[in-house]
Design a binder for this molecule. Structure first.
Ligand SMILES: [Zn+2]
Length: 469
């Protein structure tokens, strides 16, 4: 049996400041080594001050993953020398004196499979190394400390995954959950990174480090299973080792042997006191948590009668569910959901497109209302949506500019219908004996009006002209 466990590092990208100083958590907007201070570059005499908001957000993540949340949390020093860590230690958490990390054991369902969470810890991200030239032959490595000290939540799972697909499904659920909580934007480059450990039956555990994106994580796990199975089939032993993911060649490569936990000389961080999070605070945090994805889905189904599949897609993505929440009314909810899931999703399927989009919830509301009132047809509404995304113009201006309005003038439609009736005498006779076949004639009127005839009015007029009820 294949066993896969994950260690996922999620940056709390929505926070204002770093974990122990007032430098910005959003280090991406700075020039190299401009987002630093004595604390985050570890100058002697500087003292860390814990970002309370980071503790709250990390606790919320623990709660959302059904983890236990201890009353007291502590921070530890993990000592190691590496250029990306200016202090020569990382402030992190460790369950050595009981459960003192922000989250203890928990679990989450991935389809029918229960994935157990071992712990959740809050820690600081190291800086970034920049290699000059090609990575294998480079002579110079530069260090950017802008990222050093940004808040990171590490989620450790038990080795409960059996295949790469379960890994991918879990990652999708997790990134939706983090976005829904409003604690992180998982689509930001480097916001989600992971290590994985993989072992096949009869083999040793191999750890894969440094996987820079969720997309690559699935690939890395897949590669590693194939590699180990190939060795096993040739009776070659699988050694316990640490491997790195080479994202250029898309393979795992053996790296230096992993330091034992003891080598880190963990000890309590004396500059940060133990933090008490009593049940009142836990209760308050629980009440501040946004509605869960599953609860949103249930509400969309039961309150608005939205089909389960549509509700599922709509609720799991925060961008779309936020749009829906603001744009819908009691009467247009189904139509708004329909526009989002059938038209909008295909048009704004990347982070860049979402940022560039000029669409507001007011546009979306007007669009749904206009479809419902017969002002525009569904097919014309797609064209209008396209134009709104690009220009952000008012729907009414776009309808006029591109002549997208429905033909709802009775005399104009009657004239077209008279033509259709004279051209389609056979279909008219058929409709008289079998009223359901009238849809064929509705289709003909639509053709002549390029899809812009008001469908309800067309049907009523056709019936009147043919003389059926
Ligand atoms: Zn700083």
């Amino acid at each position: 049996m294949t066993m896969i466990g994950l260690e996922i590092h999620c940056q709390l990208t929505n926070l204002q400041s770093k974990l122990f100083c007032t430098c910005k958590a959003n280090y991406r907007e700075f020039k190299i080594n401009e987002n630093i201070c004595p604390v985050c570059i570890g100058l002697p005499g500087s003292l860390p001050r814990l970002n309370q908001e980071a503790v709250k957000k990390a606790t919320m993540i623990a709660m959302a993953l059904n983890c236990s949340t201890p009353e007291k949390i502590a921070f530890f020093r993990k000592n190691y020398f590496y250029p990306d860590s200016p202090k020569n230690f990382q402030i992190t958490q460790l369950n050595i004196y009981g459960d003192t990390s922000v989250g203890g054991t928990g679990s989450i369902m991935v389809g029918d499979k229960k994935i157990r969470i071992t712990r959740i810890q809050l820690e600081e991200d190291p800086g970034r190394l920049i290699y000059e030239g090609s990575s294998s032959k480079n002579q110079i490595t530069l260090v950017d400390y802008n990222r050093a000290g940004t808040p990171l939540v590490e989620i450790v799972t038990e080795p409960d995954f059996e295949n790469p697909k379960q890994v991918r499904d879990f990652l999708n659920i997790l990134s939706d959950l983090l976005a829904n909580l409003g604690v992180a934007d998982p689509s930001l480059e480097g916001a989600m990174r992971a290590d994985a450990n993989v072992s096949i039956k009869g083999g040793k555990k191999v750890e894969i480090k440094n996987i820079g994106s969720f997309h690559d994580l699935e690939k890395a796990v897949h590669f590693e299973i194939t590699r180990q199975e190939s060795l096993h089939s040739r009776d070659i032993g699988i050694i316990q080792e640490t491997r790195h993911w080479d994202d250029q060649r898309k393979i795992t490569v053996s790296s230096r042997s992993k330091e034992e936990e003891l080598d880190y000389r963990y000890f309590l961080e004396g500059d940060i006191p133990w933090i008490r999070i009593d049940s009142d605070i836990h209760q308050k945090l629980k009440s501040e948590m946004p509605e869960s994805i599953s609860s949103k889905k249930e509400r969309y189904i039961s309150k608005y009668n939205i089909p389960a599949q549509v509700a599922d897609v709509l609720s799991s993505d925060k961008f779309y569910s936020d749009m829906f929440e603001k744009a819908h009314t009691e009467s247009n909810a189904k139509e708004v959901a329909n526009i989002i899931t059938t038209d909008l999703m295909g048009l704004v399927d990347t982070r860049e497109k979402r940022i560039a989009s000029k669409l507001t919830f007011t546009h979306l509301k007007e669009l749904a209302d206009s479809i419902q009132s017969g002002k525009v047809s569904r097919s014309s509404s797609k064209n209008a949506l396209h134009e709104i995304l690009k220009t952000g113009k008012d729907l009414s201006a776009i309808i006029t500019e591109f002549d997208l309005g429905n033909v709802s003038d009775e005399s104009e439609l009657s004239e077209i219908i008279t033509h259709v009736i004279s051209e389609e005498s056979q279909a008219v006779e058929q409709a008289k004996s079998n009223p359901q076949t009238i849809n064929y004639l509705v289709g003909k009127v639509m053709q002549k009006t390029k899809g812009k005839a008001d469908p309800t009015l067309t049907l009523n007029l056709l019936k009147k002209h043919i003389g059926i009820s």
